[in-house]
Every structure is written in structure tokens, then in C-alpha cells.
Design a protein around this ligand. Structure first.
Ligand code: FE2
Ligand code: ZN
Length: 443
């Protein structure tokens, strides 16, 4: 039986019986479980209200209605301005609805475009607005400051930048001990941030029990099953290999399963046994290549960010995968949000006839960098170690090894948004003003 959104995941019957009387307390400070009865069903998710619970937030010290806007003064001496309809729409009181459980009643259809509050006041450091129909909205100062959309606030959320790297990463490979990475606190946040910033992190002292693969995956999210890899995939040489991975051949750096619309997010590699000869793991930062192309080969950069490449994979009689997507995806600010390139899975280019040569030139410019030692970091992953890789940014490969050596790696995948979702929630607890950074949403 799967739990509905109002049911505890563990199936326990314990839930708030607070009902609407408790739940509708105006300006509720949130966190109280159960915010009301909806159609006779008592909701389970705690009502959040317009609050984040950030202790050191500036408080609201004054508010003025100015036409279709409200100017709000804060104790950090900043004036933050909010459109009236933004404020009305974003009221998360029990009557307007809780975004935590998706039971929400106020939408853009609920108020006219020219709505303006009748009064604006400061109450205990919160902003309190009363609307013409008598509806009362209370906004915690931490929620308001965090969600402000003036230039300074948006700049704060845009501060995060990837740390791009080339071959030199081999000598300072981001590494965290499993004991720290799994501490549920600062060590875990540190591991998450290395993966976010470098797109790759090695985990030491995980152990060689095959069960540790899933434990490592669950550090960042649930395992994502695919037709090509199944749930957990054993990478070792086999007499009859369906995929290149299951041979002793070198594997050039690549993005796993680039032929999916949304390729696997985080690669989880777990080394059970390796060989002393060959079998080195190689990594290339797709964002570093994108930077290099933008600076040195703008025509190639332009082609790779606008023309689609086709990736294909067909297992006859079973599945026929095909994706079309730019090789480098840019976000709303023109920054790379994802890279998708698996040379051996590239399908026939399918662009207007006069673009084919331009696309090939651009792919070649990318490929030359990907194959160059200058961009390639190489390490030997030892038994008992794991490596987490952002599969929408960092390409991975390996050097050849003797198929009789017994080299054995276990592999699975976790969606990137599951990882980012856990990162945000842990950040909100440990370092709240970093929790809402814009993160690359992938290829
Ligand atoms: Fe791979
Ligand atoms: Zn409301």
C-alpha cells in the first residue's frame, strides 16, 4: 500500500486531530502538524505558512503601501519592495493553502490584477496585510527576506558557481570519508557540496560488501531503474558482453545513457575489486570544456548550445531510445546547466542541410578537448571506495584492463533532483542562507 500525501510514509495512524479550528489560526507560526480538514480528510503535512524558521533573519520594522506595491523596511536597513498581487498570491495561510501538500486554494484566478492591501502593518517583526475583503496575511520576515526578488536578493541566489577543473584534479581529488558523509550533519553537507561544486566526489572507507552500493546511493536519493542498466549493474568483464562496460576495453569518457530525455542524474560507482594494471578511472569536466569553447571557439559554442544532437540506443525487440538535445544546455542566465555527450551513442545528425558541417566542426571541437590529457583527471579507485558523479556535467571513462583480473565495480543511478532536494533541506537546517541557490537543472 502506498501512502497518500496526507499519510505518514511509515503507515502509522498517528496524525493531528487539530482540524480547522486550530489550523485556521491566522498568522499561525507554522510547524503544527495537520492544518485542516479537507473534504473530511485531515491533512497530514505540517502547515508551513510564510516562515522558514531562520533564527538570524532581519525583522520587519516598517511597511508602506505605494500604489500596486508594498515597501517593506527591515532591521538590516534594507528596503525590499513586493508587488501587491505577488503578496496576495503568495499568502500561505491555512485558508489560502499549503504548498507543502499541494492543497492550495488561492491561485491567480482568486484576485484581480490590481489588488492592493487596505492596510500594511508590522506585528512582532512580521509583515501583516489586511486585504479589501478582510482577509489577513502574515509574512514572517525570514520568508520575506529569503523570497525577495529585488536585484540584490536574486544576486544572492545566483551566487553559486561550479568549480571547474582539468587534469590537476587528479592530485586533489575531492574526497570524503564515509563516516563523515553519512553523519546526517556537517560531514554530509560537506560531501553534498563537493558533489555540487566539482560534479564528482570520492567516498573513502565505504567497504566492499555489495550492500554498501545501495547505502551509498541512498545518501543522495532512491535508485533510478532503467532498461539498459536495470537497478544495480555489475561492471566486470564477461565472456559475452552486451555493453562495452562489460569488457576489458578502455572506455572513453562519456555521459551515461545520453539517449534518455532525462539521462541518469548521479552515477554511483562502488569498487569491490580493482586491478594493479590499467583500470584507471578517468573524469572530464563538461563545464570546463564549455568554458573553454565559449572563450576560444565561440562559433562551436554557439552551435553546441543551439543545434540538437541525436543520441540513440536500440536493443532490438526490446527498446529503441532516442533523444534530441543541445550538447551544452544553458540556463536562463546563459550559464551551462548540463552537458550531454556520449560519442558512441551519437545518432545520425538531423539538422538543416546547411548546418551539418557546422555541427560536426563543433562536436569535433568538444571531442578534441574531451580526449585531451589536459582535460582528463585520472585516479585509481580502490576496493571499498565509491565515487559519485554528476552525470549531466562530468564524463567518466576508464583505461583498459585485463578481463581476467577480476576487476568489479557496481553501478547505479539516482535522479539529480533527488540529490538537490536533499541538499536544500540539509542546507536549510545547517546554513539557511545557502539553501535556495539556483542550481543547474541538467541537460
Ligand atoms: Fe558509463
Ligand atoms: Zn491567506
Amino acid at each position: 500500500m502506498s501512502a497518500g500525501p496526507w499519510e505518514p510514509a511509515d503507515g502509522s495512524a498517528e496524525r493531528s486531530t487539530g482540524g480547522s479550528a486550530e489550523g485556521s489560526a491566522v498568522g499561525s507560526t507554522g510547524a503544527a502538524a495537520g492544518h485542516g480538514d479537507v473534504g473530511g480528510i485531515t491533512t497530514y503535512n505540517p502547515h508551513l505558512g510564510n516562515r522558514l524558521g531562520i533564527a538570524d533573519a532581519p525583522t520587519v520594522t516598517g511597511a508602506t503601501i505605494d500604489g500596486q506595491r508594498v515597501q517593506v523596511e527591515f532591521s538590516d536597513e534594507r528596503l525590499r519592495t513586493f508587488a501587491s498581487q505577488w503578496l496576495r498570491h503568495c499568502c500561505w495561510c491555512p485558508e489560502c493553502g499549503n504548498p507543502a501538500d499541494g492543497i492550495r486554494f488561492t491561485t491567480v484566478a482568486s484576485f484581480p490584477a490590481d489588488i492592493t492591501p487596505a492596510t500594511a502593518q508590522t506585528v512582532d517583526g512580521d509583515l501583516v496585510l489586511v486585504w479589501p475583503d478582510g482577509h489577513r496575511s502574515t509574512y514572517g520576515s525570514d520568508w520575506l527576506a529569503a523570497n525577495a526578488y529585488d536585484d540584490e536578493a536574486r544576486q544572492r541566489r545566483a551566487e553559486w558557481q561550479p568549480i571547474t577543473w582539468r587534469a590537476e584534479l587528479s592530485d586533489r581529488f575531492p574526497t570524503v570519508d564515509w563516516a563523515d558523509a553519512s553523519d546526517g550533519g556537517p560531514g554530509q553537507l560537506g560531501a553534498y557540496r563537493l558533489l555540487r561544486d566539482y560534479g564528482v566526489v570520492r567516498i573513502d572507507h565505504l567497504g566492499t560488501d555489495p550492500q554498501h552500493t545501495e547505502q551509498l546511493a541512498n545518501l543522495v536519493g532512491p535508485i533510478h531503474e532503467t532498461t539498459v542498466y536495470g537497478r544495480i549493474y555489475d561492471v566486470r568483464a564477461e565472456p559475452v558482453a552486451k555493453l562495452g562496460a562489460k569488457t576489458g576495453m578502455a572506455q572513453a569518457p562519456h555521459i551515461d545513457d545520453a539517449f534518455y530525455y532525462s539521462p541518469p542524474g548521479i552515477d554511483i560507482f562502488h569498487c569491490l575489486s580493482n586491478t594493479d594494471v590499467g583500470g584507471m578511472s578517468t573524469y572530464v569536466d563538461g563545464f570546463a570544456i564549455a568554458e573553454s569553447l565559449r572563450a576560444q571557439e565561440p562559433a562551436a559554442f554557439e552551435a553546441l548550445t543551439t543545434l540538437p544532437v541525436t543520441h540513440v540506443r536500440r536493443h532490438p525487440g526490446e527498446i529503441n531510445m532516442r533523444s534530441r538535445s543541445p550538447l551544452i544546455r544553458l540556463d536562463e542566465f546563459g550559464r551551462p546547466s548540463g552537458v550531454r555527450y556520449f560519442d558512441r551513442a551519437l545518432g545520425p545528425p538531423d539538422v538543416p542541410a546547411d548546418e551539418v558541417d557546422r555541427l560536426y566542426d563543433a562536436i569535433r571541437a568538444f571531442s578534441d578537448r574531451m580526449a585531451s590529457p589536459e582535460f582528463t583527471a585520472a585516479i585509481r579507485v580502490e576496493p571499498g571506495q565509491g565515487v559519485l558523479i554528476d552525470n549531466h556535467r562530468v564524463m567518466h571513462g576508464r583505461t583498459a584492463f585485463d578481463p581476467a583480473s577480476g576487476r568489479h565495480i557496481r553501478l547505479c543511478h539516482v535522479p539529480r533532483d533527488e540529490f538537490h532536494g536533499r541538499l536544500r533541506e540539509l542546507s536549510l537546517r545547517l546554513d539557511p542562507w545557502s539553501h535556495d541557490q539556483y542550481l543547474p537543472q541538467g541537460s
